[in-house]
Design a protein around this ligand. Structure first.
Ligand code: GH3
Ligand code: MG
Ligand code: MG
Ligand code: MG
Length: 314
């Protein structure tokens, strides 16, 4: 474990850290509560051993601050054991009330310390597993099951944040709405299963176009593609002026055409194509819903105009 020992007595800190190191733990020392909190927020610890009486900031105050800091993080709860002069019931109650998890008498025999650290080590290992599992769950919950793109729910969340940032700083913003052409006919002709494969392929075409656009430097890191619903996709591009939007739309349509997925019922083309409607603002303002409405109207015009094209302006 990586253990933070917050203790003002140099002698005790030295003994404790030598013992903990001999059990195989990595120890970081802090000589008062203030330094303890600072070190806590700068690295990742599995356990904190916290003295109570210390100059500048005592252990209770430091614990309060650590808990307040953890409240701003996801799934953060690092066990804190108070170092007390004696192991009395009163000390236990005080320790727990102060946001600690247990206490450890400074005079704890070596074997008892080793055993306690072993138990704490198990908790730390479980916490690490839990944290990884939670990250994986978060990741899964934000992906569309069919295409692997950002799903609608996650898109709405990311979009709100990106729009808030763009409007508050008056930055540029672009959105594209993409809709697969004559997809109902594709399903009717080739079957739903192949329809699903086709949607995966469309998503992959969008992704590879986005990768190419990033390599060209015309979209930023925060741009993302999402499955908007059914056979419709949205591409959200913060910090994106009109020429960049045009370029991304062209790359996407080219990337999809290059796949030459047979679609006999897609009149005039014979392969799977898509139409795009887009909206770009040099200075983001108003409501994001209006941008999507504009993009949607242009998408409809692209369809009317013969499909397999992008319209990004009136
Ligand atoms: P347009 O060119 O005007 O967009 O015509 P369209 O046929 O693509 O549009 P329409 O909205 O009539 O049909 C969309 C079809 O997409 C209907 C629906 O069955 C199909 N679809 C939606 N989601 C899925 C999916 O997840 N898998 C499959 N296979 N089909 C889907
Ligand atoms: Mg002290
Ligand atoms: Mg549609
Ligand atoms: Mg369609």
């Amino acid at each position: 474990m990586h253990i933070l020992v917050v203790e003002d007595s140099r002698a005790l800190a030295a003994i404790l850290s030598a013992r903990l190191a001999s059990f195989g733990h990595e120890v970081t020392l802090a000589e008062n509560g203030k330094i303890g909190v600072e070190k806590f927020t700068k690295a990742s610890f599995d356990l904190v051993l916290m003295d109570i009486e210390m100059p500048i900031m005592n252990g209770f105050e430091a614990t309060n601050r650590i808990r307040a800091y953890e409240a701003t993080q996801q799934w953060a709860w690092t066990p804190i054991l108070f170092l007390t002069a004696s192991d009395t019931l009163e000390n236990l109650v005080t320790a727990i009330e102060a946001g600690g998890d247990d206490f450890l008498a400074k005079s704890v025999p070596e074997d008892a310390l080793r055993a306690k650290m072993k138990a704490m080590g198990r908790i730390a290992a479980l916490r690490r597993q839990l944290s990884i599992a939670n990250q994986q769950l978060d990741e899964l919950a934000s992906r569309d099951g069919l295409t692997g793109l950002t799903n609608r729910r996650a898109m709405d969340l990311k979009l709100d944040m990106a729009w808030e940032e763009a409007t508050s700083q008056g930055r540029s913003f672009g959105v594209l709405m993409l809709d697969v052409d004559n997809f109902k006919k594709y399903n009717d002709h080739y079957g739903h299963q192949m329809g699903d494969d086709c949607l995966r392929s469309v998503a992959a075409a969008i992704e590879s176009a986005m990768t190419a656009a990033r390599a060209e430097g015309c979209v930023g890191k925060s741009a993302f593609a999402a499955r908007y619903g059914g056979e419709e996709f949205a591409i959200v591009m913060p910090d994106m002026a009109a020429p960049g939007c045009e370029r991304v739309a062209t790359l996407i349509l080219d990337s999809l055409r290059a796949r030459t997925i047979a679609h006999e019922k897609n009149a005039n083309y014979g392969i799977v194509t898509a139409s795009i409607g887009g909206a770009c603002l040099a200075k983001a303002e108003g409501r994001i819903a209006d941008m999507f409405r504009t993009a949607d109207i242009r998408l409809y015009r692209a369809k009317e105009n013969g499909r397999n094209q992008a319209i990004l302006a009136d």
